[in-house]
Design a binder for this molecule. Structure first.
Ligand code: PEP
Ligand code: MN
Length: 352
């Protein structure tokens, strides 16, 4: 249920109303929008009568029920206002959301060694990426496949962060690693295979770093949003949803089926920012540029693209990785469509 306050409602009145809800055993959440404040109520609200709540204060504009099973993640919960996730990077804050330029995340599937991660970071930064991705802990189908270099790879990510100024995105698989990862990462990734690892979701929800929540490979949109709800309910409001392709009947030509229809669908259901990952979504580097362009045209807030200095030798996901040269060209092409839809960052003018 949400309580929409009138424009200009006094802060002490909002406080008084919130206290009243606390007295009723509810947990009110103050959501400050551009024009209005909304008080979100999650919990035992079924027996509450909206008309009775309306009586509490003349400053209450309206009281509405959130019909969706996901509450905090729903667009209704913020009364139709889209949220942004602001990520602090060494180069300054980057906002990801519907009203901001498309933020591009690029980098290798796995962090392999210092030279490759630092070189890739510098190259993707020069091409316009805002974040470096790279796995230290890798979820692999085979226990005999490269599992990531673990803790030592975190140090290499820290070096790449320092060298490039890019924000770092890396995956957590085990909650026991969360503190260590949080020292380096600016965004914590929860991978497709862990989308419904509810204890992990609670733990990433209880820490401060923004969370990138990838869609499970067979997850419905409702399941994905309920997974986001776990993070939000645990106290972390900064969640970005990442579509990375789903399993369908045809896996012959593509690794997954990239579901770009999530863009309009999620926009109608949730306020959370959206990222599209055409690398895992197709599994083939040749298909990445067109799917990235389509994602921008369809309104994505962010893109994740795998880039490796030598894809043929990559320890994971080589076939879907672009070389830095190719990524540079793709970014130039993407800038045309990005500018057309008014979602491309201003070129940084080099100071003379
Ligand atoms: C990755 O980002 O490298 C990865 C393993 O992604 P996903 O969880 O989408 O498979
Ligand atoms: Mn990968």
């Amino acid at each position: 249920m949400i309580v929409v306050m009138k424009v200009g409602s006094p802060a002490d009145e909002i406080e008084r109303i919130s206290q009243e809800f606390v007295n009723w055993g509810l947990s009110p959440e103050k959501i400050v929008g551009k024009h209005k404040v909304v008080i979100g109520l999650v919990g035992e609200t079924a027996s509450l009568d909206p008309l009775q709540i309306q009586e509490i204060s003349p400053w209450i504009e309206t009281v509405l029920r959130v019909e969706q099973p996901f509450k905090r993640a729903s667009l209704e919960y913020r009364h139709g206002e889209y949220s942004e996730v602001i990520i602090n990077t060494p180069n300054g804050p980057v906002s990801v959301g519907k009203n901001h330029p498309v933020a591009v995340v690029a980098g290798p599937c796995s962090v392999e060694n210092e030279a490759m991660i630092v070189e890739t970071a510098k190259r993707v930064k020069a091409a316009g990426a805002k974040f470096l991705r790279g796995g230290a802990y890798k979820p692999r189908t085979s226990p005999y496949a490269f599992q990531g270099h673990g803790e030592s790879a975190l140090e290499l990510l820290a070096a790449a962060r320092e060298a490039s100024g890019l924000g770092i995105i890396t995956e957590v698989m085990d909650a026991a690693d969360l503190d260590k990862i949080g020292e380096v990462a600016d965004v914590i990734q929860v991978g497709a295979r862990n989308m419904q690892n509810f204890s992990l979701l609670k733990k990433v929800g209880a820490q401060d770093k923004p969370v990138l929540l990838k869609r499970g490979m067979s997850a419905t949109i409702d399941e994905w949003l309920m997974a986001a709800e776990y993070v939000l309910a645990a106290g972390n409001p900064n969640v970005i949803l990442c579509e990375r392709g789903i399993r369908t009947f045809d896996g012959k030509y593509t690794r997954n089926t990239l579901d770009l229809s999530v863009l309009p669908v999620l926009r109608s259901l949730t306020h959370l920012p959206i990222m599209i990952d055409p690398s895992h979504g197709t599994g083939k580097s040749d298909y990445v540029p067109s799917m990235a362009a389509a994602a921008i045209a369809a309104g994505t807030d962010s893109l994740m693209i795998e880039v490796h200095p030598n894809p043929a030798k990559a320890l994971s996901d080589g076939p879907q990785s672009l070389t830095p040269d190719k990524f540079d060209r793709v970014m130039q092409d993407l800038s045309i469509i990005g500018k057309t839809v008014n979602r491309w960052p201003q070129a940084e003018v080099a100071l003379a």
